[in-house]
Write a protein of this length. Sequence first.
Length: 174
Amino acid sequence: MTGLSQLLGAIALIGLGGLFAAIDAAISTVSLARVQELVRDERPGAGALFKVMSERPRYINLVVLLRIVCEISATVLLAQFFYRAVSREWGLFIAAVVMVVISFVVIGVGPAGEKGAAQAAYFGKRVACVERAAEPGGAAVHTGTLPSKTLRETALGLRSAKFETTIIQSTGKI
């Protein structure tokens, strides 16, 4: 296995582990009453969801096991990659630090990624943000829709403020 394939494999396993963490959170937070309501409404997939919810601990344990296997396998691949790239001692140290210190990696920190990173940090997770630009936020924040909406709202606010000032001055009331 080449160094690049080890690194890509570790990244894929980390992503898969994140998916399992999201499934764990979804199973843990959905209420049984809501699932029963979906079954009564005959919503598609509600029966399968009810089956999962009736054995919730079994499915949560399976998902947590799969997440841990992904994380440990990614750690081993990273350790092997850094072992070959740097040295044995530094490779193990770097891999351990990366996998222990960082809970989530957000790549391309646009508005959604920034919100996801903030939410994860709120719940006590350690987040690493990877962004090619100098500042997080992406095109929507810096050059796209948000700056143009902000400019529009500011212009409308200034226009209405000028209109209100004119009315106040003409009536003489403050």
